[in-house]
Unconditional design. Structure first.
Lengths: 351, 351
DNA sequence: ACGTTCCTGTAGATCGTTCTACGAATGGGA
DNA sequence: TCCCATTCGTAGAACGATCTACAGGAACGT
């Protein structure tokens, strides 16, 4: 955009007038449609350049599509979600689709509606708390791909990590190390029956099952916080001060794990006293100052894949696709470095 | 949105038909305009509810405004930027404006154009690399508030931290601790003369000035990376392996500082060997596992303030506003914990 | 010379809102 | 009874693109 027109915005009519052709002709050139001579092409492109003309998406939206894809993530600053966005962006790079994000402020549905109101051609969302039938209704009007939902609607596609398997990996690891007083930090939402269908719900019940199966039902201790560093830190602090004394904590995600680590460190303890494991394997987990055991989910790949599915949906696919990705445990020092073991030994992976 | 209309999307005409009134009447009710009886109000609202009608933003955009504010940040996953978005969202919460984000993929201008094409009513952007006159041209067509630009256009408002002052705080601190071989990790962009006007440019030249003023011109060592953990880690690693042996590193932001810390730790060193300071004072900097000395800029407040300025601009203000925020140094263990000093002493702040 | 075909370009309807200008009641005062 | 205000509601023209249907002309074959 060179220094543009002085007053308002140039329209397709301005371009047509400047090039001495009809409005329809300009539209043809813009869309690369059939029936345009080289001479006209030339003149129109010149006029577009000169007037610094850019078609309005809103006007286009009135007929047909916006070539815009909406992405909704519940929280910025979460590395995993950022990776998802990155992946989706990479997938869309070579297409004519532009990506926009709707930030979430408490109500997930409002963000989805905001995208819908703006007539995006499709939506990629991480909104595990939204009711299935509400989502199905939305998906009837605009293609939707959901990340992290365990329900299987035939109206929207889903991509989800196998949270039960991931949780089992973590719990097996901790229990194998001899831990008995294992606590869990969960994300508490306003919704009731989300236990079986949300990632945090499944991680929580997976924890409880694993404890029960190991004969440790009596040791089950769930700390209710949120999957953000600060909230988790606060909740963990309260729990510790209230007498909770676990030897290991399974935090529902890495941000929460960071909060747990903070709470522990503030009380003069370290991961040799209380082991900590997280979930997501955000980049920071591998940082030498953190060395957090975590469950790897490839956010970038998930984002990429979800964008690809969405494009298929926009292209007309009607049959639902549901993909489940296998998680991978990455063991680091935050759990069970035995005394004397070197701190910088290579990471180990279990699938 | 209850389970909605079966086929396409309900329009204002559908609502009018259902309520047995004219299209104009429905529009009046929607906008809360004058000249509506209670009875009609009632009927129309009923029909809207029943049909699950939501006005299309695109159609509204054809006449007047979209009540949408666009935000552009260069990079997700950066805590500081996330705070900015959070602040802007908080400021807009009670207004009728909705916020959308455009993610950036290499070209900052493309993201800004994407927002412009979608006819947002105003733009908040962090795009220090975009040329001033290009930005001025954009700002002539849509209100723009820029964060982190040191130029003062009278077409767009700016909010910026005093990077020169912040840099001086860091450098004074490091030099006062007796460091002489202080290196700097900068962000390298494709643009030439950005030295004097971008935050990273000013931080870099501030570093060079401070070194020169201290008679250490010969010790100046600038490592060129990017302000992301991974890129900074890589660049620092190369530099260290290439023989660079500083006693302190001033990283241009906190993400970069994390990368520096990683590179150092990987080589068997710690912050007692090489002090590290960052910039932004992201939440993570205060984490007990990191304890990074940094320069605090209140991202949330900046975001809040920029949204407020934007609303003023949209409301018609023409005179430019340029605000400069004073930074504050937060000293933590990553710089100069003297041997024997306890690790958990309270943080100190210098302004 | 005439008809057919192909290639370019145009007219004009259309999408879903907003909003001005106007018409139809109603009620009150004279 | 008539007139004028006031109130409530409607008709219809925008807004800026897309895209179908069509018109005009050139090229070609007979």
């Amino acid at each position: 955009m060179p220094v543009g027109t002085p007053g308002g915005r140039a329209t397709i009519d301005d371009v047509a007038a400047a090039a001495g052709v009809s409005r329809a002709a300009v539209s043809k050139v813009l869309r690369g449609a059939y029936g345009v001579s080289d001479a006209m092409q030339e003149r129109v492109k010149g006029a577009i350049e000169e007037l610094d003309y850019r078609p309005r998406v809103s006007a286009r939206a009135m007929r047909g599509s916006t070539f815009t894809v909406g992405v909704m993530i519940p929280h910025f600053g979460n590395q995993f979600f950022a990776d998802v966005v990155d992946g989706a962006m990479a997938e869309l790079r070579e297409t004519s689709y532009q990506l926009i994000l709707a930030p979430v402020d408490a109500d997930h549905r409002r963000a989805l509606e905001a995208l819908y109101d703006r007539q995006v051609d499709g939506i990629v969302a991480i909104s595990p708390l939204v009711a299935p039938d509400w989502l199905a209704a939305l998906a009837r009007k605009v293609p939707v791909v959901e990340l992290g939902r365990h329900d299987r609607s035939d109206r929207y596609d889903t991509i989800v990590g196998d949270d039960a398997a991931g949780t089992a990996l973590v719990m097996d690891h901790l229990l194998a190390r001899g831990h008995r007083r294992v606590a869990h930090l969960t994300h508490i939402d306003g919704v009731r029956q989300s236990l079986g269908s949300t990632p945090h719900g499944i991680r929580r019940s997976g924890y409880e099952q694993a404890m029960t199966a190991a004969g440790l039902a009596g040791e089950i201790a769930v700390v209710e916080g949120r999957f953000e560093e600060e909230a988790a830190w606060r909740a963990m602090g309260v729990a510790l001060d209230g007498g909770l004394a676990p030897t290991a904590v399974f935090a529902g995600n890495d941000d929460a794990a960071l909060g747990v680590l903070r709470a522990i460190a503030e009380r003069g303890l370290s991961t040799t006293d209380i082991s900590v494991a997280g979930y997501d394997d955000a980049r920071l987990a591998s940082h030498p100052a953190i060395r957090l055991t975590s469950v790897n989910q490839d956010g970038r790949e998930m984002g990429r894949r979800s964008a690809a599915l969405l494009i298929e949906r926009i292209g007309g696919r009607a049959e639902p696709v549901h993909e489940v990705l296998a998680p991978r445990l990455v063991v680091r020092d935050s759990t069970g470095r035995s005394a004397g073991e070197p701190a910088d030994r290579p990471e180990r992976t279990e699938t």
